[in-house]
Design a protein around this ligand. Structure first.
Ligand SMILES: [Zn+2]
Ligand SMILES: [Zn+2]
Length: 246
């Protein structure tokens, strides 16, 4: 065991420099911080709280009586941390900034804490972020999806691979009416042949219509991926007051 992992030293370090919740800045985060999420219990509860959601299509219905009957054409399954709104809106916006990497790491921790069993059941073997066009990434200085994918991959001990590339820059989905979004991203992504045979966990920060995830999935399946599941921090439900994503 390395000296910095000795339990006594860790405790001493925590007393001298107590861990802070990345969301509210409160000292001494509770057990959630011990699990590596760096969120105090009240923030973790506020962000993770969500209505029952169908794990197949992601609609806010319990899987048992969802009209999709457990099958969705857009992906093989979708894990959502929260509905886009109250608790998760600000953390999602912070995770998009270069200084927001600890926030993205904490959100990844909460997603895994909530859905670890689902991810295990799906037998995913590779974590892939929804890519940003390189020009936008250069301007932003970070990609929330990439940070989230890294955090999820570390916690699940799976490889984090950039198997998708944006062929062209597309107008931001949030600037378009819902009905135009599928057309907007059509053919926008290309997947590496290294996707062949993989069971992919595709990661993004926010999904509204799901058009981007569905298009990424199409590219991955074309490249030979054997399954493509999705994980998102926030689902902005179609038609809701929070329907516009950041
Ligand atoms: Zn907090
Ligand atoms: Zn459903």
């Amino acid at each position: 065991m390395a000296w910095w992992n000795l339990p006594g030293l860790t405790t001493l370090f925590d007393i001298v420099c107590p861990p802070r919740c990345v969301f509210c800045g409160a000292d001494t985060p509770g057990p959630a911080a011990a699990g590596g999420t760096m969120a105090c219990e009240s923030c973790a509860a506020a962000i993770s709280s969500d209505a029952a959601r169908c794990i197949a299509c992601g609609e806010t219905r319990s899987p048992a009586d969802c009209r999709c009957r457990g099958r969705c054409d857009d992906w093989d399954g979708i894990a959502v941390l929260a509905s886009y709104g109250d608790g998760v809106r600000e953390p999602v916006l912070r995770a998009k900034r270069p200084t927001g990497e600890p926030v993205a790491a904490a959100l990844a921790g909460l997603l895994v804490a909530k859905h670890r069993e689902t991810f295990t059941g799906w037998r995913v073997d590779t974590v892939v972020p929804v890519p940003m066009h390189w020009r936008r990434r250069l301007v932003r200085g970070t990609s929330a999806a990439d940070q989230l994918a890294g955090g999820i991959a570390r916690r699940l001990r799976l490889p984090h691979r950039h198997l998708l590339r944006r062929r062209r820059a597309t107008p931001m989905q949030n600037e378009l009416p819902f009905d135009d979004r599928r057309h907007n991203v059509r053919g926008a992504f290309v997947a590496s042949r290294r996707a062949a045979g993989r069971r992919v966990l595709l990661v993004d920060d926010v999904a509204t219509t799901g058009a981007t995830l569905a298009e990424c999935r199409r590219a991955l399946v074309e490249a030979g991926a054997s399954a493509v599941y999705a994980a998102v921090v926030a689902r902005a439900d179609r038609g809701g007051v929070e329907g516009r994503r950041p």
